[in-house]
Design a protein around this ligand. Sequence first.
Ligand SMILES: Nc1ncnc2c1ncn2[C@@H]1O[C@H](COP(=O)(O)OP(=O)(O)OP(=O)(O)O)[C@@H](O)[C@H]1O
Length: 228
Amino acid sequence: MIQFQGVSKVYPNGVVALNEIDLSIEKGEFVFMVGPSGAGKTTFIKLVIRRELPNQGQIYIGRKNLARMKEREIPRFRRNIGVIFQDYKLLPNKTVFENVSFALEVIEASRREIMRQVPAVLELVGLKDKANVFPQELSGGEQQRVSLARSIVNRPLLLLADEPTGNLDPDTSWGIMDLLMEINKRGTTIVMATHNKSIVDRMRRRVIAMENGKITRDEQKGVYGLEG
Ligand SMILES: Nc1ncnc2c1ncn2[C@@H]1O[C@H](COP(=O)(O)OP(=O)(O)OP(=O)(O)O)[C@@H](O)[C@H]1O
């Protein structure tokens, strides 16, 4: 699903965010990326969705070599990838329903499809009753669940979550994790960057640890580790 071969990313200011990364993530995996602030986790995610290009090395997502992808192919490519960031980036002037349906409208889903998928996904994240309220009327955890609903409504093959439980209390965080596990069971590959030690330690999934742009550890059924 994701393959990095000798990938380096140097930002224009000279910061080496990723340093010759080799990595393979298979379809259906649930992977945690851990490591101190600045280790390169967000940069990794940006390269996977082709928001940034590497200075060196090859990236394959599915069978696609990202360096060979044409600009006009990018929107279609991104349709198969869901992304969640810590700041929820919800549209303030749209209701919960509209925030989620927007993700389907941009890919030109039919009205019928929207009326079927949006209520189903709001039910999954436990927000069926909040469909008509605006983001500012929701708690942080509820907003994060809307963001999650929006990123999975088009049933992506791959879900990238950058610190999705940041700023959330433990119970709410576990609610988000239950949803991610459910989505993973349904076949979506998940990569989650996080500083949440208790979640990583309890889940015992694959853990890729990064530091200074390098992979320092890659373990099946891993733990967060001593750092952070
Ligand atoms: N657009 C950018 N321009 C220049 N440098 C950047 C840019 N984005 C990130 N960096 C630098 O690249 C390095 C890796 O950053 P990145 O955001 O990937 O780390 P991270 O592991 O996600 O950190 P955090 O846990 O704090 O989110 C850092 O030194 C950061 O300052």
